[in-house]
Write a protein that binds this ligand. Sequence first.
Ligand SMILES: CC(C)(COP(=O)(O)OP(=O)(O)OC[C@H]1O[C@@H](n2cnc3c(N)ncnc32)[C@H](O)[C@@H]1OP(=O)(O)O)[C@@H](O)C(=O)NCCC(=O)NCCS
Length: 148
Amino acid sequence: MPECSTREFKPEDLRRVCEIELRSFSHPYPCQLFLVYYYLFPKLFLVAECDNLVVGYAVGVVENGDKGHLASIAVDENYRGRGLGRALIEEFEARIKTLGVFKVYLEVSIRNEVAISLYRKLGYSVVGLLRKYYPDGEDAYLMLKELK
Ligand SMILES: CC(C)(COP(=O)(O)OP(=O)(O)OC[C@H]1O[C@@H](n2cnc3c(N)ncnc32)[C@H](O)[C@@H]1OP(=O)(O)O)[C@@H](O)C(=O)NCCC(=O)NCCS
């Protein structure tokens, strides 16, 4: 089994992050957007790395000074189911708390059972339904967690 860990994103990781993004979503974020996130909150842009290969990322921002937004998370399909998604979110939460933020929200497609299951296990609850949230007209759940 490869050795895996999480760390802060570096600009040289961008190519791999964009590859994972493209393969993971039918409506991927434009690659440049990741650099915007990086410049806004570098400490909240994390990657998972296994044997020197970037295999996943989580990225987010602080809004209005007190609300965390987990903007996106994805793990390379060959590395899913090994706890990396969970590790990325736990690290994201630990870091955002050091910024004095104790609430994190996210959006997830109502059809994305794997992600919803992960978020629920980590303590996120559905607090709203966002109709036609995605470009293909798919609805999203708004999920929220109060951090302890
Ligand atoms: C969602 C995603 C990031 C999870 O990453 P991961 O590294 O596979 O997740 P983990 O291994 O940490 O799994 C944690 C939990 O997710 C759920 N899960 C993971 N793989 C699953 C599967 N194949 N089927 C059902 N649930 C699954 C389980 O609840 C699991 O908990 P467990 O380990 O106690 O069983 C990953 O599946 C992914 O990149 N999906 C495509 C992109 C995406 O949908 N991102 C979320 C957008 S909101």
